[in-house]
Design a protein around this ligand. Structure first.
Ligand SMILES: [Zn+2]
Length: 68
């Protein structure tokens, strides 16, 4: 099940939610209870292929972005 990260527009608190595909469930901020949550795109869905700056130096991780 994919994990999506949401940021509360009200207090800025970030929360990760497990979300079923096709689910339209509304998420509430666990800190202030606001339903004004902005979905963040992080992790697997980001199609960046940066060479250098953020890549790991070991070259042993599958993505090359572990930062080690
Ligand atoms: Zn909040």
């Amino acid at each position: 099940m994919p994990i999506f990260e949401y940021k509360c527009e009200k207090c800025g608190h970030k929360t990760e939610f497990l979300e079923k595909s096709g689910g339209k469930k509304k998420h509430l901020c666990e800190k202030c209870g606001s339903s004004d949550m902005q979905k963040l795109f992080s992790g697997f869905s980001v199609g960046q292929s940066n060479q250098g700056s953020d890549s790991c130096s070991t070259g042993t991780c599958p993505t090359g972005t572990c930062g080690l």
